[in-house]
Design a protein around this ligand. Structure first.
Ligand SMILES: Nc1ncnc2c1ncn2[C@@H]1O[C@H](COP(=O)(O)OP(=O)(O)OP(=O)(O)O)[C@@H](O)[C@H]1O
Length: 259
C-alpha cells in the first residue's frame, strides 16, 4: 500500500438511492476494440469518476453514454429501459473539455441560454431573461456576457456558461469529459463546487471523466478504472488505494507525484 493524495476528501451526503443508468456488456470497436464488454451503473445523485491512462477509452465511453455515438454491441439502460437518446435529450447532457465546441460561433450567449428555456419549458424571452440572470449569478457571471459571442469569452467563462445551461436543463445525468483540464486551479475548484451544488440541490448524477485524481478524490462517490478497454477496478477512491492491481497503483502514484 499506497500513497494517498494530499487533499481533504469531503463526501457530501446522497439522499436516496435509485438506479438511474446502466451499461451492460458494452463494446465499442473502431479498427480495434476500444471498449470491451463493460458493465457499470450510475445511481441517482451519484458522482462516478472515470480514470485511466491516455487512450484507454474514457472519451469514447463519454460519447456512448451521451448518445453521440452508438455502441458496437451491448445495451444502455435509463431508468431500467433501453435509452432513447432523442426522448432523453433533457435527461442526459454532455459537457466537453473544450467548451467552445458546444457553442455556435454566430450565436450570442443570450440565445445559447434562452434556447433550453424555449425548447424544454416554452418560456417567452422576458420570462426566460429573469431566470437566466439568476442562473448567471449562480455560476459567478454577470449580465454583460449575454450580448457577447463565444469567442469573446475565456475558456473558464465559457465552461461556466456551459454549466449554466446544464443548470437550466437540469438533466438527471450530466457527463463531464475533462471539463476542468484547461482551466486554472481556482476556476477548477469553483466549477467543482458548482457541480457539487447540482448534485446536492437537484440530485443530479454525474459521470466525471478526469485525469486529475485529486479532483476525482474530492468529488466522486465511486471510481471506475479503465485500462485496455476494460474496467479493471471499481470502488471508492479509498478502496482503490488498497488495490493490488499494478496499473491502479501506478495511476495513483503518478497522480501523487504530479500533485
Ligand atoms: N472515431 C474514432 N475512430 C477510430 N479510433 C478512435 C476514434 N475515437 C477514438 N479512437 C481510438 O480509441 C482509443 C481511445 O480513445 P479515447 O479518446 O476514448 O481515449 P481517452 O482515454 O479519452 O484518451 P485521452 O485521455 O488522451 O483523452 C484511442 O486509441 C483512439 O485513437
Amino acid at each position: 500500500m499506497l500513497l494517498s493524495i494530499p487533499i481533504q476528501s469531503h463526501y457530501y451526503e446522497r439522499k436516496r438511492i435509485m438506479r438511474l443508468f446502466e451499461a451492460k456488456d458494452l463494446t465499442k470497436k473502431y479498427d480495434k476494440t476500444v471498449l470491451n464488454h463493460l458493465d457499470f451503473s450510475i445511481d441517482e445523485g451519484e458522482v462516478v469518476g472515470i480514470i485511466g491512462v491516455s487512450g484507454c477509452g474514457k472519451s469514447t465511453l463519454a460519447r456512448l453514454v451521451s448518445g453521440i455515438e452508438k455502441p458496437s454491441s451491448g445495451s444502455l439502460l435509463y431508468q431500467g429501459k433501453t435509452v432513447d437518446f432523442k426522448k432523453s435529450r433533457k435527461d442526459i447532457q454532455l459537457i466537453l473539455q473544450n467548451p467552445i465546441e458546444s457553442f455556435s460561433p454566430r450565436m450570442k450567449i443570450k440565445q445559447f441560454l434562452y434556447e433550453p428555456y424555449h425548447y424544454f419549458y416554452h418560456l417567452n424571452k422576458k420570462e426566460a431573461m429573469t431566470a437566466i440572470k439568476k442562473i448567471l449569478e449562480q455560476v459567478g457571471m454577470d449580465e454583460t456576457c449575454l450580448g457577447k459571442y463565444p469567442h469573446e469569452l475565456s475558456g473558464g467563462q465559457l465552461q461556466r456558461i456551459s454549466i449554466a445551461r446544464a443548470l437550466i436543463i437540469q438533466p438527471q445525468l450530466l457527463i463531464c469529459d475533462e471539463i476542468t483540464s484547461s482551466l486554472d486551479q481556482v476556476i477548477q475548484r469553483d466549477i467543482i463546487e458548482l457541480l457539487k451544488q447540482c448534485v446536492y440541490k437537484y440530485h443530479m448524477a454525474i459521470l466525471f471523466v478526469s485525469h486529475d485524481l485529486s479532483l476525482v478524490h474530492e468529488f466522486c462517490h465511486q471510481v471506475l478504472v479503465l485500462n485496455d478497454g476494460k474496467i479493471i477496478e471499481k470502488g471508492t477512491i479509498q478502496q482503490l488505494y488498497k488495490s493490488e492491481n499494478e496499473v491502479v497503483q501506478n495511476l495513483l502514484k503518478a497522480a501523487y507525484l504530479n500533485g
